[in-house]
Design a protein around this ligand. Structure first.
Ligand code: MG
Length: 299
């Protein structure tokens, strides 16, 4: 099996990670955290979310964070945009890429954003139109793409339909998320294979949660099917604030360690990444969820 030579890591710690951490982090600390991540060689750092003020208190300073971070020319800083108001806020601070959020599970969509998947896609239309007017690239998350604990209607075909629809609508990258961390490697490959029959594998990213310890195995399975974009969260920050059991984004340090060992390039300085993870864990007063982060590269 031909593995990719280079993998693009999409660092989601400052947004997906921090949004479900309950210890409040002040703006300057978030800015310092993102600046540290920028210095690791990461090429994509999801910086924040333009959600309605109050919905996610941890991210209520989204604009200020976005304006204050030191934006390197070779790094992209996407912001999650939930609706047209969020898109207008993103434009006002010069966001260079946006991320949209849909779900393959109707259960999850209703619980999380109070509408059906079809309705959520309809809401994207004016957002996408505005983003395209300003030539801002659009990435989309498809949550529960690898299953949901109580929704058995998610088939590989349904995921492929939604991924194809999102690309038709104008999204350049579709991040398939295992929101509950329930998938296993062969199922991962079945879903990715069926989606890649409909859209280019180069447009696919994977977003695994390590809730049941399957994330690295699923990532390896994804690499074997040709996926070369991986979402990860430094220090394993966060999970999902709406899926109570879904703690544990896969830790970026653990992913980079694995890729280094497989001679797959990421352009990331693992020691600098470990430092950034330890920095934010100290500020949060919590243990580092990355095993590599806790041990260092050479324990
Ligand atoms: Mg996540």
């Amino acid at each position: 099996m031909q593995l990719p030579l280079f993998v693009k890591i999409v660092e989601v710690g400052p947004r997906d990670g921090l949004q479900s951490e309950s210890t409040p982090i002040d703006t300057d600390t978030k800015v310092e955290f993102i600046n540290k991540l920028s210095d690791t060689g990461l090429s994509v750092i999801e910086a924040t979310s333009m959600v309605k003020a109050g919905r996610i208190p941890q991210l209520s300073d989204a604009e200020e964070v976005y304006q204050k971070i030191n934006k390197l020319a070779n790094v992209t800083y996407p912001a999650l945009v939930p609706n047209l108001q969020g898109m207008e806020r993103a434009l006002a601070v010069g966001v260079d890429e946006i991320a949209l959020f849909a779900s393959a599970s109707e259960h999850f969509s209703q619980d999380n954003i109070n509408c059906s998947t079809a309705e959520s896609l309809q809401r994207f239309e004016p957002v996408i139109e505005l983003a395209q007017e300003y030539a801002i690239p659009i990435r989309a998350y498809l949550s529960c793409a690898f299953g949901h604990p109580s929704d058995n209607t998610i088939t590989a075909d349904k995921v492929a339909d939604l991924a194809e629809l999102l690309t038709t609508m104008g999204c350049i990258e579709i991040s398939l998320a295992d929101t509950y961390g329930i998938c296993t490697p062969l199922q991962t490959q079945r879903i990715l294979t069926s989606v890649s029959e409909r859209i280019s594998i180069d447009q696919l990213a994977v977003h695994f949660h390590d809730t049941r310890g399957q994330a690295l195995a699923n990532i390896l399975a994804s690499l074997e099917t040709g996926v070369s974009v991986i979402d990860a969260s430094v220090a394993g920050l966060g999970g999902c604030p709406y899926a109570k059991s879904a703690s544990g984004n896969v830790a970026t340090e653990d992913v980079v360690y694995m890729l280094n060992g497989m001679n797959i390039e990421t352009g990331i300085d693992l020691n600098a990444l470990i430092d950034a993870g330890n920095f934010i864990c100290n500020k949060l007063g919590r243990d580092n969820q990355s095993k590599v982060g806790r041990l260092g590269v050479k324990p």
